[in-house]
Design a protein. Sequence first.
Length: 101
Amino acid sequence: MTVQKDPEGIEARYLHRYAGFTGTPAKRVLEVGSGDGRLTWRYAKAASQVTCIDLHADDLRIATVDRPTSLAARIHFARADALRLPFARRSFDLAIFSWSF
């Protein structure tokens, strides 16, 4: 049996509402601890650009393989530490940090 996380879409619905994806210009998003992209696919269509960082290369590899073809130009993955971000200031409009520890 496969375990589905958030099969009702509650997490995505609240993310869209509170992160301001609904009715606003598309945002540049940094997702910290993106893992295998489980959450990424649920909001990426509403963003102009998504950069996903994680420390685990295996999770990033899975996310790269599982990334929907329609989102390939919009979503980028990088192995990076949130304590030492390799990006210039003001590169993003929004940062998402969910289910990471």
